[in-house]
Design a protein around this ligand. Structure first.
Ligand SMILES: [Zn+2]
Length: 465
């Protein structure tokens, strides 16, 4: 007798699609197979012929940051945004939460306490590194379960200072020392980088500032030409390769970056590309045509058709290994009640719409299959972040993080009906097809048919696998 058996589904597994379902006991999958092979359980669920997908791992989430950021905001975001995560089929969030110049150890422990008390889904932390003191702490952070360490190469000046860096941002000597420290910290610790040369970008931003009110996002795009991204990916990869650590490029946006990462991978260098749902769904002209304004203002920017095509190609051939949201719950007023050029940079909430957006733009448009999409949403990220095989696949021995996914459900997004507390969405008014019907986290039903049904925060900090 199992705790949970789901029958009458199409299970997306590492070895292909299986008609049937799965059973779980104590939160772990014990059997995958045809319906008649599955044991009876205390809870039996009929999937109605829909897909069973492994829970999504969002590698790029920012809980607790922004106006009023700090422990209280982090606690609130864990509660409300983990609900948005569950509604979107995200069962593990990797949150880049540890900002500022202060010591990381205590902040990490506090974040884990707040997450365990308030999150509905599982989570892991990424530590932002801004000082040499943080490098000295990295071995202790690895012991806490942190694997990913973020380097904001793309900032200088006041923006860098707001993250706890000095005004020059991250220098190459510092990055070199960091790669050495992470290599020595062991356990597959690795640097993640925001690559986007800030010197050229800031110069062009000043030039563009205040230019007309129309075509805002296309003007924003002009502040950060495509080349600024590979301009930093290449030296970072040189340093990482020299020192012997992998390097992971967050929110890859430009076609030249996809080409470069592919070339470096072919040389055998451990370079990994992540992109965002927004970059796979939107182009700047499309976002302008729908007046997305500052809600679509991100660094690096949403680019053009050629970039979107290259990113999808990278997803298919393994150049782009992970897919996330880069969500942060800034208040709507900081995006829209100020001049576009002064508005806070960032995409707002996104976990609740992640799967429908990329299913619509990817599978429905014939760009990829559901198995290919699932690999970049779950398995690849689990492998990179040392969560595999506990997370990232539907297989015996793995956590029962499962989405029952209805590929035919078609819905117009209304920000007010999403679970996020932010109250706005980049996808407001878009018609998206393919929505999670139920989400289980380690066998616990958290989200069911439009509502959060878990009565207690079931999320946990995920220890190393
Ligand atoms: Zn980010």
């Amino acid at each position: 007798m199992a705790d949970l058996t789901i029958r009458n589904g199409i299970v997306v597994t590492p070895s292909g699609l299986i008609r049937g379902g799965l059973s779980a006991t104590d939160g772990v999958i014990v059997k995958i197979g045809a319906d008649h092979e599955l044991p009876e359980a205390s809870r039996n669920v009929d999937a109605g012929g829909k897909y069973l997908l492994p829970g999504i791992i969002d590698p790029h989430v920012h809980l607790g940051i922004g106006v009023g950021g700090g422990p209280e905001k982090l606690q609130r975001d864990f509660a409300t945004e983990s609900a948005d995560a569950a509604a979107g089929g995200v069962t593990t969030m990797i949150t880049t939460t540890l900002f500022g110049a202060e010591s990381r150890g205590e902040v990490a422990e506090l974040a884990i306490k707040l997450g365990d008390e308030h999150s509905l889904v599982d989570y892991r932390l990424t530590a932002v590194v801004t000082t040499r003191e943080h490098l000295r702490e990295s071995a202790d952070l690895v012991k806490l379960g942190i694997r990913s360490f973020k380097f904001f190469l793309g900032y200088k000046g006041a923006q860098a200072e707001s993250f706890g860096m000095n005004a020059n941002g991250i220098s190459w000597d510092f990055f070199y020392e960091a790669c050495e420290a992470l290599g020595a910290a062991g356990a597959r610790a690795f640097p993640t980088i925001h690559a986007e040369d800030p010197y050229v970008r800031d110069f062009l931003t000043e030039r563009m500032r205040g230019s007309g009110a129309n075509r805002q996002l296309q003007r924003w795009l002009e502040t950060s030409p495509n080349i600024l991204e590979p301009m930093q990916i290449y030296p970072a990869a040189l340093v990482a390769h020299e020192v012997g650590t992998p390097v992971y490029v967050v929110h890859t946006s430009a076609w030249q970056s996809v080409d470069l990462i592919r070339d470096l991978k072919e040389r055998g260098w451990p370079v990994f590309g992540e992109t965002l749902a927004a970059f796979l769904y939107w182009t700047a002209p499309e976002a302008d045509a729908k007046d997305r304004g500052a809600v679509a203002k991100i660094q690096p920017p949403i680019r053009l058709d050629r970039d979107r095509d290259a990113l999808w190609k990278g997803v298919l051939d393994g150049t782009i290994t992970s897919l996330g949201t880069d969500c942060q719950m800034y208040p709507h007023a900081t995006r829209t009640d100020v001049d576009f050029w002064d508005a806070q940079v960032g995409l707002g909430p996104g976990m609740g719409t992640l799967l429908p957006a990329v299913y619509t733009a990817g599978v429905l448009s014939g760009r990829c299959t559901i198995e290919e999409l699932s690999r970049v949403l779950s398995e690849n990220t689990a492998r990179r972040f040392d969560l595999y095989p506990q997370k990232g696949q539907l297989a015996p021995g793995s956590d029962a993080d499962v989405i029952i996914f209805d590929p035919t459900e078609r819905r117009e997004v209304a920000a007010s009906s999403l679970q996020s507390a932010a109250g706005y969405s980049l996808y407001d008014g878009e018609t998206l097809t393919g929505w999670p019907e139920k989400t289980f986290v380690r066998g616990n039903l958290v989200f069911d048919n439009g509502a959060i049904v878990s009565t207690s925060p079931t999320g946990r900090h995920v220890p190393q696998s």
